[in-house]
Design a protein around this ligand. Structure first.
Ligand code: 5GP
Length: 116
């Protein structure tokens, strides 16, 4: 297993420091080290699945927990009313770099269009 595959497990374990926004029994949310918007928080299930498809197939309840935590992060960050974006990058063309599924919660300003 490469470092990239274990990075978020090490962050969840506290072995690598992170700026925590929220944590509960099944999920951990922390600020992205290279924010792409004024608010950019990553929501990670503590149990590792490679990507959204594997999480959805393997543990739909845990996927619901990730969605619920994304909503809580938006409330904590004060962007629940102004609007926000939740993104799951999946594999090559999407540029996924950490193969431990995570939701990006982005907001706090007007976001641009995305795609190509
Ligand atoms: P992906 O490209 O896989 O969708 O997203 C991975 C995200 O993890 C990137 O936005 C990247 O900035 C973030 N990231 C990578 N290494 C670290 C780290 O050590 N700490 C934090 N807080 N974020 C990281």
């Amino acid at each position: 297993m490469s470092d990239a595959e274990t990075l978020f497990e090490r962050i969840i374990a506290g072995e690598i420091p992170s700026e925590k926004v929220y944590e509960d029994e099944t999920t951990y949310a922390f600020r992205d080290i290279a924010p792409q918007a004024r608010v950019h928080v990553l929501v990670v299930p503590k149990k590792r699945y490679r990507n959204l498809a594997e999480l959805a197939a393997g543990d739909p309840r845990l996927l619901a927990d990730v969605a619920s935590t994304a909503r809580k992060v938006a409330e904590i960050e004060g962007i629940a009313e102004s609007g926000y974006r939740v993104v799951f990058n999946t594999d090559g063309d999407a540029g996924q770099t950490v193969f431990h599924v995570h939701a990006h919660v982005l907001g706090g300003e007007q976001l641009g269009h995305f795609g190509r």
